[in-house]
Ligand binder design. Structure first.
Ligand code: HBI
Ligand code: FE
Length: 292
């Protein structure tokens, strides 16, 4: 459950798990936490994120001094790609989540992390969701991918292939990298909203960096408690969208028969490898490593 946010606690979510944002009820300190995270993250990111990310930040004016008012940012966002941001109290059931994405509604947590959680939190707060995910929803091809993902998710429910689809989301929407004319850049929300992983994902010799392969990714395990041990890179958002336009049916058929899974640090003979990681970070215990 999200940290004690009284405005969430005062509401009963609707059937689709939405609540009101009630922007006027954020405290000055909550706005200050957003501003601190925003300034820190934009500084750390410098030019490490894809250009479309910064275009989105500007288009939605997310640097307006505090927590964005969804009623305000939904106007330019809807005009650009037909998406809008809705408020939810916490992680919501997969089927409801997919249905929102399939209808161009992005569920964002209403709460913001506390000052003693600035660096790491498990559950997506408004900074992870709105700073991390929403700017790229202004990019038409990525906006189409997110809708296609939602529709694919609804289908996956019928094949019991949810875990495969969750992996695709994880290694693209959350932790994806992209090859650009200026080198490898970040587009995944989980990275752009993380002070430390923004550096680790591109610079550290530890993780593997491999080219995007949809079916391979759908069978690759992932970690939710620490930096990724593998990152997958695309050449463009068009490549990502094209990969989801083919009929997932046969893929689901095949995967629902086999529960084959590749380990997070595994490299396959067919992989197009950009960097073979040392895995030194993970093998030293990662963020749980004893201070030596
Ligand atoms: N709910 N609010 C919220 N935000 C998410 O990012 C989210 C979710 N429910 C399920 C989910 N993500 C993942 O399981 C996706 O891979 C489907
Ligand atoms: Fe996320």
């Amino acid at each position: 459950m999200a940290i004690n946010d009284p405005v969430i606690a005062a509401q009963t979510p609707a059937a689709d798990f939405t609540i009101e944002q009630r922007w006027s009820q954020y405290t000055d300190d909550e706005h200050a936490v957003w501003q601190k995270l925003y300034e820190q993250q934009v500084k750390i990111l410098a030019d490490r994120a894809v250009p479309e990310f910064y275009t989105g930040l500007e288009a939605l004016n997310l640097n307006d001094g505090g927590i964005p008012d969804f009623d305000k940012i939904n106007k330019p966002l809807f005009d650009l790609t037909g998406w809008k941001v809705i408020s939810v109290p916490h992680l919501i059931p997969d089927d409801i989540f997919f249905d929102h994405l399939a209808n161009r509604r992005f569920p964002a947590g209403r709460f913001i992390r506390s000052r003693d959680q600035l660096d790491y939190l498990q559950e997506p707060d408004i900074f992870h969701d709105v700073f991390g995910h929403v700017p790229l929803l202004t990019q038409p091809v990525f906006a189409n991918y997110m809708e296609a993902y939602g529709k694919g998710g609804l289908r996956a429910l019928n094949y019991d292939c949810l875990k495969n689809l969750a992996r695709l989301y994880w290694y693209t929407v959350e932790f994806g990298l992209m090859n650009t004319k200026d080198g490898m850049k970040i587009y995944g929300a989980g990275i752009v909203s993380s002070r430390t992983e923004s550096l680790f994902s591109l610079d550290d010799p530890s993780p593997n960096r491999i080219h995007f392969d949809l079916e391979r990714i759908m069978q690759t395990d992932y970690r939710i408690d620490d930096f990724q041990q593998v990152y997958f890179a695309i050449n463009s958002f068009e490549e990502l969208l094209d990969a989801t336009y083919k009929d997932f049916g046969p893929i689901y058929e095949f995967m629902s028969q086999s529960d084959k899974m590749y380990a997070v640090d595994q490299i396959l003979p067919k992989d197009k490898v950009y960097h073979t990681g040392t895995q030194s970070y993970a093998s030293a215990g990662g963020r749980f490593a004893k201070a030596s």
